[in-house]
Design a protein around this ligand. Structure first.
Ligand code: ADP
Ligand code: MG
Length: 333
C-alpha cells in the first residue's frame, strides 16, 4: 500500500472521502453522512440516529475519570448530537470492548452512570455488544425522533443570519489542560467538571427547533471554529465572528493566563464544550434573548453569516480581521 496516510488528510479529509465513496439514493434518507445525526423519513416524523466512540487514552484517561462519570459522559456526547437537531432522544445500544483483568465493580459503576444519565434524559438501553479488547472502547448508538418540519441541520444558514452560541466556551478544554498539567486547582473545579461531566443541551435544542426561527444548528464538540466551519460548509456560506463576543466563564478568565498567552485559544479551538451553535435571521434577536432569560441559559450573538467567498473571518479586539490558522481538534493530525 502506498500513497497518502491518514495524518496528511486528517479525520475530516477521511470522512469527506468516505462520503464520496458511499453515496445513497434512498428517497427515505433525509440526511445521511455529513451532519451530527442521520435522519430517516417516517411519515410526518423522522427517525434520528447517531453514534460516537470513546477510546481509553484517546478520549479519556482512567486516572482522571471514574467509571460512573465515564458512563454518564459516554451517553451525554451522543445526546448532544440529538440536541443539535432539536429532536427527542429515545433508545440506545452500547457496545463495549474491555480488558480481561478489568474489575467487575468498574463495569457496574459504569452502568450506574449510564443508567443515571439515561433516566435524566428519559432514554432506554435496548441492547449492545461485548468483546475483549486491550483498552476500553465504548460505542453508543442513540436513536431519537422528531417532527420533520421542526428538525434543524448543519445546512440552512443564510447570508445575513446571526450566529448564536449557548453557554460559555473553552471551559472543558481548559479543564482538561488542568487535569493534564497540574491536577486539582482550588477554584477551577467548574472547568474540570465541564470536561468530565458535560451537560447536553437537549431541552434547549428542542425549544429552539419548535420555535422555527433558527435556520441551522450544530453542537460544539471539536472546537467552536471547526464546528462553525462544518456548519458553513454544509450551508454553503461564510461568516465573521467577533472575538470579544465569545462567551467566557469567570473561572476561564481567571485561569487561562496560566496556560496560554492567547486568552481565546481554548474558547475558539478547544473541544468538548457540547454547547449549541445556531443561526437565525437578525430580527429574531429579541426572541433569542427572551428564550435565554426564560431557560436561564446564556445565549450569545457571536457573529454573522456572510457569502461563501468571505470564508471564516475572526474579528480581533483591535477590529482587524484574520483567518485562523488552526480550527480545532482533528483525529490523525
Ligand atoms: P460529530 O462530531 O457531530 O459526532 P463527526 O464529525 O464525527 O460528527 O461526523 C461527521 C459525519 O460523518 C456524520 O454524519 C457521521 O455519521 C459521519 N461519519 C463519521 N465517521 C464515519 C465513518 N467512519 N463512516 C461513515 N460515516 C462517518
Ligand atoms: Mg456533533
Amino acid at each position: 500500500m502506498t500513497g497518502k496516510v491518514l495524518r496528511e488528510i486528517g479525520e475530516f479529509g477521511l470522512i469527506h472521502r468516505i462520503r464520496k465513496w458511499i453515496t445513497s439514493s434512498d428517497p427515505g434518507l433525509i440526511q445521511g453522512i455529513g451532519d451530527d445525526v442521520a435522519v430517516i423519513e417516517m411519515g410526518s416524523r423522522a427517525l434520528l440516529v447517531t453514534t460516537d466512540i470513546l477510546i481509553e487514552d484517546i478520549h479519556f484517561d482512567l486516572s482522571w475519570i471514574n467509571p460512573y462519570r465515564l458512563g454518564r459522559k459516554a451517553l451525554a456526547v451522543n445526546l448532544s448530537d440529538i440536541a443539535s437537531t432539536g429532536g427527542i432522544p429515545k433508545y440506545f445500544l452500547i457496545s463495549i470492548g474491555l480488558p480481561k483483568n478489568l474489575p467487575l465493580s468498574f463495569v457496574s459503576s459504569f452502568y450506574q452512570g449510564l443508567k443515571k444519565e439515561a433516566k435524566r434524559y428519559r432514554v432506554e438501553l435496548i441492547g449492545g455488544d461485548t468483546s475483549l479488547s486491550q483498552k476500553i472502547v465504548i460505542n453508543i448508538c442513540l436513536l431519537g425522533e422528531g417532527r420533520r418540519r421542526d428538525l434543524l441541520f448543519r445546512k440552512g444558514a443564510r447570508v445575513g443570519d446571526d450566529l448564536f452560541v449557548s453557554g460559555t466556551l473553552g471551559d472543558a478544554a481548559l479543564g482538561l489542560k488542568i487535569l493534564q498539567k497540574k491536577g486539582k486547582i482550588k477554584g477551577a473545579e467548574g472547568l474540570v467538571k465541564k470536561h468530565l461531566s458535560p451537560c447536553p443541551r437537549v431541552e434547549l435544542g428542542q425549544t429552539i427547533a419548535t420555535h422555527h426561527w433558527a435556520t441551522a444548528m450544530i453542537d460544539v464538540s471539536d472546537g467552536l471554529l471547526i464546528d462553525i466551519s462544518h456548519l458553513l460548509e454544509e450551508s454553503g456560506v461564510g461568516a465573521q465572528v467577533w472575538e470579544d463576543r465569545i462567551p467566557l466563564s469567570s473561572p476561564y478568565q481567571k485561569w487561562i493566563r496560566s496556560f496560554s498567552t492567547d486568552p481565546f485559544q481554548f474558547s475558539l479551538t478547544g473541544g468538548e464544550d457540547y454547547e449549541l451553535l445556531f443561526t437565525a435571521p437578525s430580527e429574531m434577536g429579541d426572541r433569542v434573548s427572551s428564550l435565554a432569560c426564560s431557560l436561564k441559559i446564556p445565549i450569545t450573538r457571536i457573529g454573522t453569516i456572510l457569502p461563501k467567498k468571505r470564508g471564516l473571518r475572526i474579528i480581533g479586539k483591535d477590529g482587524e480581521d484574520y483567518t485562523p490558522a488552526r480550527l480545532g481538534f482533528e483525529h490523525f493530525k
